[in-house]
Design a binder for this molecule. Structure first.
Ligand code: SF4
Length: 558
């Protein structure tokens, strides 16, 4: 039996799978297929971007596949540097080329929309004859491959169990080798899903999973061990709504009590089985958990900083600073509580790490269009962010979006404010980018900072764009064309609202172009031209004697 898995990419609030990330779903599906007897060589993997490039050869493989599985869905769509998520038209085309079993799943089951601020439409049935998994695609694939099942229509839609993904995650780890980004691939890891709060936020789909189904620490560690054996070196513990609540203790309160030992054993275990890993990052942390259990959470952040790698981000779901919106939507924390959480993370993670980025910084997620929003909400959110900036606290990322509503949530059908406030939203977003993000970025990575291991990803006109592999990595524009896939160190030379510019470090002053030299701290067009016209230089002394440009010495070589 032959199988084709198409990674159409996923982007959820608590799971990411756009290159260089591979989502856990792809690996679970491959593992479920292996457990049903398929051989590694009989399971193909294509990303949608790969498929677009090699249409003829991949179409042949899909045509011959007995089962074609597409994983897709963006519940919080963003802009992606070099990847474009699959569209409904492409799903239709792929399935029409396939003559075997056709299965579509992932977050797309909740609906489809290419951008935030819209209702996710559930009309995929009209465009494809594939089976759309209403629950977990990996469980559906597993059940469909049962010898006693004659047609996938006989299968029930169901959630997979923690025990099942414990097995499938390790068995499916081989699939990473078939990903076009391998070995520079970030493996998103799952620790649990389902929200442990008693009261849920109006817009969130996480409560659909029910109570938190914590994976055993040993399962996550075994998965990392297998992935590491397969060559994985980049990991993010990203698939959970709140890392601080992993194996938390439910004492009947709105927020369960965090379990610092679980976090310690998880991180320590991962480090033991993957000693040479290059990145170990995290994602979401609930500011309400930090506010309710500040001392325990401080201890947990210390543990994380001890075992992780620098450049890490704890994304805090604040959503709003407006008390009326917080109350009407059952949000997690008050502005004062979020501010405390930001302070706590800065105290533990604010020091600069070996890759040039601070060890661990908070990120902030803000959602607009929620019930009870008014003009004042925009002012309050802006003022909150301004206060953070003026308090010399660092934020790595401010994520502002308009709500996308899903059937089954309280927000569904109550999103009229999204359109009503659209103009106001765009204006405020621009102001925030200009007056908050820009100065914040200058504090997070001042000019002259050396960022290590930046992966060159795409060349556009005369610029190369690259990022460190990590959780919410900074986009860096380098005024040169560089080989993609190559890792370089970069001197930060300038700032945009959400990205930075830089030049390779150390810059060879005798061979570099004027457009690179002029970017160096203290340079400019005129000085760069002078250097170019006087080069080569034999060394530091020669450069100083002939130009006097001492300020560039920390960033160059000869
Ligand atoms: S706290 Fe709110 S946003 Fe977070 S998982 Fe629970 S319901 Fe969703």
């Amino acid at each position: 039996m032959k199988a084709a898995i198409i990674d159409g990419y996923i982007d959820e609030p608590a799971c990411f799978g756009v290159p260089p990330y591979i989502s856990p779903y792809i690996r679970y599906i491959a593992g479920a297929m292996r457990e049903r007897g398929l051989k590694e060589n009989d399971i193909s993997l294509f990303t949608i971007d790969e498929l677009r490039k090699n249409l003829t050869s991949t179409a042949e493989i899909i045509k011959k596949a007995d089962i074609t599985v597409i994983v897709a869905g963006m519940t919080v769509p963003g802009k992606y540097l070099r990847s474009t998520p699959i569209s409904p038209g492409e799903i239709e085309n792929i399935f029409s080329a396939s003559s075997g079993m056709k299965i579509l799943g992932g977050p797309i089951r909740l609906g489809f929309s290419m951008e935030g601020g819209k209702k996710a439409e559930k009309n995929l049935e009209d465009t494809t004859d594939a089976i759309i998994c209403n629950k977990d695609i990996e469980a559906f694939v597993y059940d469909s491959l049962d010898k006693d099942i004659h047609s996938p229509e006989e299968c029930q839609h169901r959630f997979r169990s923690v025990e099942e993904i414990g097995r499938w995650a390790t068995k499916g780890s081989f699939i990473i080798k078939k990903h076009p980004d391998y070995p520079n691939l970030m493996c998103e890891l799952e620790t649990y899903r389902g929200c442990g709060r008693k009261k849920h936020c109006s817009f969130c789909t996480e409560p659909f999973y029910g109570n938190s189904d914590y994976r055993p620490i040993s399962d996550v560690v075994s998965e990392v061990s297998e992935l590491y054996t397969m060559g994985a070196r980049f990991f993010r513990i990203g698939r959970q709504p709140d890392i601080l609540s992993y194996h938390a203790i439910d004492k009947g309160d709105n927020i369960p009590e965090p379990n610092p030992e679980a976090i310690r054993n998880l991180y320590k275990g991962i480090r033991n089985v993957a000693p040479e890993l290059k990145v170990l990052h995290m994602d979401n942390a609930n500011p309400g958990t930090i506010a309710t259990y500040p001392e325990i959470c401080k201890e947990m952040f210390r543990t994380i900083v001890k075992y992780h790698t620098p450049g890490d981000v704890a994304a805090l779901g604040m959503e709003s600073a407006d008390p009326k919106v917080i109350k009407s939507n059952g949000l997690k924390a008050t502005p004062d509580e979020v501010l405390d959480a930001i302070r706590i993370i800065n105290e533990t993670g604010g020091v600069r790490g070996t890759n040039g980025m601070p060890e661990l910084l908070p990120g902030i997620n803000i959602v607009h269009g929620l019930i009870g929003e008014s003009k004042k909400t925009f002012d309050m959110n802006y003022e909150f962010l301004k206060h953070v900036l003026d308090s010399d606290l660092l934020l790595r990322r401010i994520n502002i979006r308009q709500v996308m509503t899903f059937e089954g949530t309280r927000m569904y059908g109550n999103d009229e404010l999204v359109n009503k406030h659209k103009k106001m939203f765009l204006k405020y977003k621009e102001k925030t980018r200009r007056d908050i993000d820009y100065p914040m970025l200058k504090k997070v990575v001042p000019s002259g900072t050396i960022l290590r291991d930046v992966m060159c990803e795409i060349n556009e006109s005369k610029m190369c764009f690259g990022r460190q592999i990590g959780s919410y990595p900074l986009l860096i524009g380098i005024p040169a064309n560089l080989p993609t896939g190559k890792f370089i160190d970069v001197t930060v030379t300038g700032h945009g609202k959400r990205s930075i510019t830089g030049v390779p470090y150390p810059l060879n002053i005798n061979t570099a172009s004027a457009s690179l030299i002029r970017e160096l701290p203290g340079m400019g067009k005129k000085k760069a031209r002078i250097i170019n016209s006087m080069s080569p230089f034999t060394g530091k002394k020669d450069l100083i004697e002939r130009t006097g440009y001492e300020e560039i010495l920390p960033y160059i070589e000869f």
